[in-house]
Design a protein around this ligand. Structure first.
Ligand code: SF4
Length: 238
């Protein structure tokens, strides 16, 4: 069956309703999900960049135990921070980013993360994904953070191939995914979007995995082009 862009966005709309219910039944999926603490969320999202969730979770625990707030991280020696996160493959660049960000929050914002999108994006290392995550989960503003995993789920729902990272279609430069994000965010509260985001994370981490999506176990299957093709079982990735 051929699907056009309108069909794809219609499926996204249906999937979002399912995700709102599914996500609200989930508990925290990661240690930083247990609070709305701006420091925890920002550090965690920086650690997650190009790092798997298990390694990022362990590095998060080490780092926030040693440096529990912006002020302690801002005063840290970069080499010591690098030692703490180095085992997770986060050694040089990430430790530099963490300390630079903490410096900026302390020096430019008096130790408080700013609440406006423009000011958030002006902070070192804060791209559109981290800014959306902070807006949604910390500042209670309507937004939907889209990382590579969420991009994969949304593209499969719409029946679109997964772009290769080397071809440069990052989530915030992906036209169909940007349209899907707008459809999901439109008219929804931050609380509903938080549930949808948790649902998308859970599915991208556990079911709609890169190589072989397990469509038979996925609540989105009736609203997903790839899931409909799969019938009841797993399918090869598209
Ligand atoms: S039905 Fe399959 S392809 Fe669609 S979102 Fe779920 S796991 Fe992914």
């Amino acid at each position: 069956m051929n699907h056009n862009a309108d069909d794809g966005l219609g499926l996204v709309r249906e999937a979002a309703s399912v995700l709102a219910g599914y996500g609200s039944s989930l508990g925290p999926l990661a240690p930083w999900h247990e609070s709305r603490d701006p420091y925890s969320w920002t550090v965690a999202e920086l650690l997650l960049r190009r790092t798997n969730r298990v390694a990022a979770s362990r590095a998060f625990a080490d780092l926030t135990t040693a440096y529990p707030d912006w002020a302690s991280l801002a005063g840290a020696e970069r080499e010591v921070v690098a030692e703490r996160v180095g085992w997770a493959g986060l050694r040089n660049q990430r430790s530099k980013q963490l300390v630079r960000l903490a410096d900026a929050v302390v020096e430019e914002h008096g130790g408080e993360l700013p609440g406006e999108l423009e000011a958030l994006r002006a902070l070192p290392g804060v791209g559109p994904y981290i800014a959306d995550a902070i807006r949604l989960h910390v500042l209670d503003q309507p937004a939907l953070p889209v990382d590579g995993g969420v991009q994969r789920v949304l593209r499969r729902v719409m029946g679109l191939p997964i772009p290769s990272a080397t071809r440069g279609s990052t989530p915030y430069r992906d036209g169909p995914v940007t349209a899907a994000r707008a459809v999901i965010v439109s008219g929804r509260s931050a609380a509903e979007l938080r549930a949808i985001h948790l649902g998308l994370l859970s599915i991208s981490w556990g079911v709609c995995i890169k190589t072989t999506p397990r469509c038979g176990e996925c609540p989105l299957r009736p609203h997903c082009v790839v899931g409909q093709r799969a019938g009841g079982g797993a399918v090869r990735a598209v």
